[in-house]
Ligand binder design. Structure first.
Ligand SMILES: [Zn+2]
Length: 251
């Protein structure tokens, strides 16, 4: 089908890394696969628990499977032309860390779909260092609100910008965060599947705009579910940001 703003066939050549394939990441992976992104790389150490089934994509027959394996199988059925790569590792630890650094370098964009602040900061610093766009999505703990933060290194504020509360000390997120792994595999707050669907769709919309070069990237979108309001923030980069402050826009 013709799309007036861009040529979707260009997506065949793109490689997208999705970190975290729970409620947000699995939906984003499905959307981008159906759009025709050539290579989807999935990273998540978790297995599917019954408690995850209120989210989208996974089904009862997959309980106990690694999420990346279950999702890869699902994506292959949705679009056999897409190549899926699954790494069932924690990106902050050992082999997962090495693979993450390598995959960021090879990717056209990184989708952050995790639920801890420390891991977001860690992804942010790696993406800024590698000059790769990070599209980070998150749902609030009340389950009805969420946000999407688009970090284009050197162009838009990074995840660390404008967070002076984190202090002037050497940025901890440059190191691997400790103790981020939740061994239970169960997410401890409820997120409505509707909110997850909205936030992952917003993430995908922004990544499509970036990859296919149409529209205007929104550096930060805040979705207020109770009010039905979507707000866009065009804040400025922090010139003193310890992560991206010394990166200049080449254009
Ligand atoms: Zn920054």
């Amino acid at each position: 089908m013709e799309f007036p703003f861009a040529d979707f066939s260009e997506l065949k050549e793109k490689r997208i890394l999705i970190v975290g394939v729970g409620g947000l990441g699995a939906v984003s992976a499905e959307i981008l696969t159906r759009c025709g992104v050539g290579k989807m790389v999935l990273m998540d150490y978790d297995t599917i628990e019954e408690a995850n089934l209120n989210r989208l994509i996974y089904d009862t027959s997959q309980v106990g499977m690694k999420k990346v394996d279950a999702l890869k199988a699902h994506l292959r059925k949705a679009n056999p032309e897409v190549t899926g790569v699954g790494h069932p590792f924690d990106i902050t630890d050992g082999k997962g860390y090495d693979l993450f650094v390598e995959e960021v370098g090879k990717s056209d964009a990184v989708l952050g779909c995790v639920d801890t602040f420390q891991v977001r900061l860690f992804m942010n610093s790696q993406c800024v260092k590698s000059g790769k766009p990070l599209i980070d999505g998150g749902a609030s703990t009340d389950g009805v609100n969420g946000s999407v933060h688009v970090v284009i290194p050197g162009k838009t504020p990074c995840f660390r910008c404008n967070r002076p509360v984190l202090g002037e000390a050497p940025p901890v997120e440059m190191q691997r965060p400790e103790g981020t792994r939740d061994t239970t595999g169960v997410c401890h707050f409820t997120s409505l599947p509707t909110t997850m669907g909205i936030i992952s769709s917003l993430q995908c919309q922004e990544v499509l705009k970036l990859l296919l070069n149409f529209g205007h990237t929104a550096p930060y979108l805040m979705y207020h579910g109770l009010e039905g309001v979507l707000e866009r923030y065009d804040w400025e980069r922090d010139p003193d940001c310890p992560v991206c402050g010394d990166i200049t826009d080449e254009e």
